[in-house]
Design a binder for this molecule. Structure first.
Ligand code: SF4
Length: 89
């Protein structure tokens, strides 16, 4: 099937990266959820988060900024106590 160049209104490959760069959370389909009862404060999630979305709160527990989080779930995989679970948006 031939695509008529005039019928293509949006080039998604050009739009998505710019949306992601401005706000990573805009494309998130899933999000990490921390169960603080299981957290041993190893801070691996803080160290490994590529978006710098996890900070340590005053109580010493990690806290996720969902404005920055892109849902990659690296934090979930790195947590040794499985304190981070996958949640839906
Ligand atoms: S899902 Fe990815 S971006 Fe979001 S807090 Fe975890 S490591 Fe950071």
């Amino acid at each position: 099937m031939m695509i008529n160049e005039n019928e293509v209104k949006y080039d998604v490959s050009k739009i998505l990266p710019s949306v992601h760069a401005e706000k990573p959370s805009a494309l998130r389909l899933r999000k990490p959820v921390i169960d603080l009862k299981r957290c041993d404060k190893t801070y691996r999630c803080v160290v490994y988060c590529p978006e710098n979305a996890i900070k340590t709160g005053k109580d010493g527990f990690p806290s996720i900024s969902y404005d920055k989080c892109d849902g990659c779930l690296i934090c979930l995989r790195e947590c040794p106590t499985t304190a981070i679970a996958e949640g839906q948006e």
